[in-house]
Structure formats: structure tokens, C-alpha cells
Design a binder for this molecule. Sequence first.
Ligand code: ADP
Length: 389
Amino acid sequence: MERLVTSNLKLGIIAGGQLGKMLIQEASKWDITTYVLDNDENCPAGSIASYYIKGSNTDFQSVYHFGKMVDVLTFEIENVNIEALKMLKSEGIRIAPDPEILELIQDKGLQKEFYKQNGIPTSPFEIYGSKNEILNAIEMGEIKFPFVQKLRRGGYDGRGVSIINDKNDLENLLSGSSVIEEKVDVEKEIAVIAARNRKGEIKCFPVVEMHFDAKANLVDKLICPSSITAEQSEKAISIASEIIELLNMEGLLAVEFFVDSSGTVIVNEIAPRPHNSGHHTIESIITSQFEQHLRAILNLPLGSTEIKIPSVMINVLGAEGYEGPVLYEGLTQCLAIEGVKIHLYGKKITKPYRKMGHVTILSPSIERALKNAEMVKQLIKVKSWKESS
Ligand code: ADP
């Protein structure tokens, strides 16, 4: 065990986005040697990893050779070459979470089947092989409006999801094998991040409430603690704990839920990695999600998930109309507001709605944190010298 938390331990992280960067920041506190695999040498994690390795997370050879360099392998995205991970596992490389869990989660169809088989509450669904099959099923009255189409593979940040309210929306149907699920009358979207280590110890972070920006289809604001009832909160935490246990997982599992108009808590989707809905934990919870991920994958005791101070987190997104080398506005004014913690990911190029950073706003009063968050939102602008065409 002692050998683990030391510069002798080589931790490999597949993909070097902001999640990888924040994981490395945490790992460096324990003097862990970090390796990151990413195709883009300017990726957020590239400059702070002990070693940056150029290569694609979806390419067998790149993932396989990268895995051979490290003692423990983890990932910050779902889109990873599974065959390479399985080969590495068969050759004794420690991978956490397990490739089979990733394989299940990569496919929204398999994910939904898993909920159904295990009695986990989720919206009713059917799986269809193509757009034509979906159109036929509508014709036959098997699929009723409104419904939600989700591509089984490759979607993220709302891409790969289409909400079809009536036949006028059918032009938005996506091509490809899909899950068709009932549209939930969503009252609130909430999330719980659970952690589990090999010993089977489980800890969950408090429930967060997510507010979406409809245009960007991204989380606009995240509030912790959430305003849901104690029963709803207990329900969400018990479902998250049940799923991570069923998966026999080592690492973090982010579970996104809907609270519907009757107050019922149902699972939307899961992600086996640190998550955007856990960024506030860096400052507002005793243990951050990144430290917890390290503790979980290294089979160390899990840290306290108690709230130190309430928080609101906002994503810093690229402004509409700008694409090119990034230019931030309003940072100095934001730093004059009490409890403001700015994180810039270091992406060199901005694009409309690209996640460029986040700001966590801390306050003993959640109302105050919400007011300050509104001010920050007005002040911070992510622009560029170049205007997008
Ligand atoms: P992604 O994996 O891209 O984040 P999600 O499954 O989270 O996709 O869907 C994106 C958004 O679409 C959700 O946050 C929610 O607002 C909406 N949505 C997804 N599924 C449903 C559903 N069954 N009913 C109503 N809204 C939904």
C-alpha cells in the first residue's frame, strides 16, 4: 500500500481535457507520476502531466502502447478503444474502472437494458436499429409523441439526443441505432457522484441540482446543496450506491437523474469518471471528486463527502460569434466578488459554447451564492480577436 502513494506510481490517464487536468493537479499532491494520452499537444492536461504522449484514445495501437507504460490506467472520457483496454487487462495492467463497465456505459442501449434488468427506475424505452425503423414504428403506432431519441453511441453534452414533440420535429430525427424513450415531464435535473474502492467501501457526494442552458444544451448552473426533499435526496443517493455496487466498480460513477412532475426520482444516465457536476467539490466539499477518484482507483480509504460551504458552479462557455485564439474578459472584476474561484482550462482556441473553464461561487448563504453567480455570468466573457464567420 505504501508504495502506491509515491513518485514510483505511474498513473496513466486516457485523454487530456479539463477532467484529466484537474485529476493531475490532485495526483501531483501525492507526488504520483502522471502520463496523459491525447492527440492534441495543446490539450489542457498536456503541460502539467509528468509525461505527455501523443495519440488517439480511439486508436488500438495508441491506447495499447500507452497502457504498457503505466502501473494503473484510468480515463477521463468514455470514448476509448475497448479492445485495447481488454488486451491490456489480459496482460495484467490494472485498469480502473474496468473496461467491461466502460463498454456497457458506452452504449446507451446496453445501459438502459442494465437498468431494466436490475429494477433501477428509468424512463420506458425501446431500441431501434435505424431511422427507418423508427419512422415505421411511428407509422404503426408503436412509438407515440412526444419521445426522446438517443443515439446508442458517441453522444456527449446533448449531442446525439433529439427531443421529438410531434411530427413537425421529425426532421430532427438522427440517423443510427438508437434508444427511443418516453419524454419525462422533468421538474428538476439532479446528479450524485458515487465512489467505490476495491474493498467495497462506497461514499456519495451530496446531491447537486443542475440548471441547463437550453441553447447550449449544457449545464449552465449547478447548485449544492440542492433544494429537493430529504426523501428525494436519500432516494437518489441510494440508487447511485446500488448502481456502483451492482457494477462492482472501482472509481467514480456520476449518476444523472430526473425528478419528474410527480416528484419521482429516475435515472437518466451514468458516467464512469469525474464529471462536470462535481467541479464544485474542489472547494466546497472536504474531499474533491478528483481526490476521491484517486482514492477509489488506488484502493485507499475514501474521503469525507461533507459540505464545507454551499456553492454554485457555472460553466465558462465560449461566447457566440467568436472563434479563434481565446481572450477572457471580466476576470479581475469577478475576483473582487467574495467567494469566487476561477478555473480556466487552458484551451487555446475558443468556439461558441465550448467549455473553457468554470467558476465556483462559495457562500454560507446559497441565495448570496446564486446572486454572485449571476454577477459572474454577466461579467465573464470568452471572446477572441477573431470573429466567427
Ligand atoms: P448527454 O449524454 O449528451 O448528456 P442526456 O441523456 O443527458 O445526453 O440528455 C441531454 C438532455 O436532454 C438532458 O439533460 C435532458 O434535459 C434532456 N432529456 C434526455 N432524456 C430525456 C427524457 N427522457 N425526457 C425529457 N428530457 C430528456
